[in-house]
Design a protein around this ligand. Structure first.
Ligand code: ADP
Ligand code: MG
Length: 447
């Protein structure tokens, strides 16, 4: 029960002892078990046990743990060979630095295939990704993963990289976000030797992973460079993988030839996971964190978080942190209270019809226009606002909202994102939305 706290404390201690001798001893501690007020640690020899005690590490762990926990915790350390069948006893080494990392420096260690739940919403993408990792450059080149935010694009891309890095240590795997690629390119503009080094860096790889290519929209100079990089790699069968927040055909301000390159291989989309898959994701995450959360709590989260896997995880993290704090399993009531933001604005499920009508009235157009197919700005923008408000006030999934408009969920996610961005950049928008939402609430109070 104290494993997470322990990891955090040891992580912090590692930093303060930096690369010296102390860090080496800390690496010898592993977690065995814990119970209310007691934490049992193990180390492999008498020598290590004595060192850990004489350097004050055990006392320090005890003090820190007790302080964070709010109640005294006794820490025991015993001499015992670590059971190799229980790798979960290892204490995560964060920010260790120093010796050569076993993991790719730019890839997240936990973004692996085994941590990725495969279901109907992502199976094509996941299976293709696994095939690619077994034989990079052979099939599906380029491979493009697309879908809304927080649905696992970066996770899958890192999983490909991690797997190739492990299977083929001789292969050069480079991961870069489109933003970083662009910034690096801009930084070397007009400087011949540096530009040559930049080109070499990306043209000399076996596997190139570029995340979030929608970022290239409207950036012509870097598109040209990417186009050339692409061709150089593609000609010699180097694997290229892209992710994008929408289908590339919907990208704007991108040269046609670049678009066609993006789409020329396999395009696989990630959709929102259904309820069962959301449960499976939460359960996997719990077992990885070695925490136990009641099924009814996980069901509550799965039922109410329908926006993205990222949101699902952040709700779970909140509950895990709270459970650590109260040192008890979280009950459903407590979970509801802790996650009140999930249900607060959604208690009464305002109907989609009423929302569309209110938005139409505000903008002086008809409900039919909002539901229709016209793409002129004076209609498309209210339509996006309607999607945003439906998501905000109603308890509907992205798919349900999409169905109302004859659009798929990625369009809905995009609309919501766009309105959210506009709220940030345009101070006059939020009052408009508040006004429409208030009119819906008034009406429902009246009856
Ligand atoms: P994106 O790049 O599409 O915005 P990410 O890859 O960053 O999304 O995923 C957001 C979070 O959701 C990550 O923590 C990731 O591990 C998790 N996640 C997404 N899909 C899955 C899945 N199918 N199984 C397990 N975790 C997932
Ligand atoms: Mg991402």
């Amino acid at each position: 029960m104290y494993k997470l706290l322990l990891e955090e404390i040891i992580g912090k201690m590692r930093k303060s002892v930096s690369q010296g001798e102390g860090g080496m001893y800390l690496d010898q501690v592993y977690y065995i078990s814990s119970d209310e007020g007691i934490l049992n640690l193990g180390t492999s020899s008498k020598f290590f046990k004595e060192k850990l005690e004489s350097l004050g590490f055990i006392k320090k762990i005890e003090d820190e743990l007790s302080e964070r926990n709010g109640l005294a915790i006794k820490v025991n350390i015993e001499i015992k060979k670590q059971d190799p069948s229980k790798p979960e006893q290892n204490i995560q080494k964060r920010d260790k630095g120093g010796d050569t990392p076993k993991n790719h420096p730019d890839l997240k260690e936990e973004f692996t295939f085994s941590n990725f739940v495969i279901s109907t919403n992502n199976e094509l993408a996941a299976n293709a990704a696994m095939a690619i990792a077994k034989a990079p450059g052979k099939f599906y080149n380029p491979f493009l993963i697309y879908g809304g935010v927080g649905l696992g694009k970066t996770h899958l891309m890192h999983a490909i990289g991690n797997d190739i890095y492990r299977r083929f240590p001789e292969k050069k795997v480079v991961y870069v976000t489109a933003e970083k690629f662009t910034n690096e390119f801009i930084a070397v503009l007009g400087q011949k030797p540096k530009m040559a080094a930049f080109k070499n860096k990306y043209r000399g790889v076996d596997v190139l992973l570029i995340d979030d290519i929608h970022f290239f929209q409207g950036k012509e100079g870097v598109q040209e460079e990417l186009f050339n990089t692409f061709n150089a790699l593609y000609e010699v069968n180097r694997q290229i993988v892209f992710t994008c927040d929408r289908h590339p055909s919907e990208l704007k301000n991108l040269t046609e030839r670049m678009k066609s390159r993006f789409m020329s291989g396999l395009n696989a989309d990630l959709k929102l996971p259904d309820f069962e898959t959301r449960m499976a994701i939460l359960k996997k995450k719990c077992s990885r964190l070695n925490v136990s959360i009641k099924d009814e709590v996980l069901e509550f989260i799965s039922k109410n978080v329908t926006t993205s896997v990222r949101d699902l995880e952040s709700a779970l993290t909140k509950i895990v942190a709270y459970s650590d704090l109260i040192r008890r399993e979280v009950t459903l009531d407590v979970a509801k209270e802790q996650l009140s933001y999930l249900t607060a604005t959604k208690q009464e499920n305002v109907s989609i019809d009423r929302i569309i009508k209110a938005v139409a009235e505000y903008f002086n157009i008809s409900s039919g226009d909002i539901r229709g197919r016209k793409r002129t700005k004076n209609i498309a923008w209210p339509r996006q606002i309607a999607m945003y408000i439906i998501n905000h006030l109603g308890e509907y999934s992205m798919n349900e909202i999409g169905n109302e408009f004859g659009k798929d969920h990625t369009t809905v996610i995009y609309a919501i994102q766009k309105v959210e961005d506009s709220i940030k950049s345009n101070p006059t928008l939020e009052p408009v939305i508040q006004k429409i939402e208030a009119s819906l609430k008034d009406a429902s109070e009246k009856g």
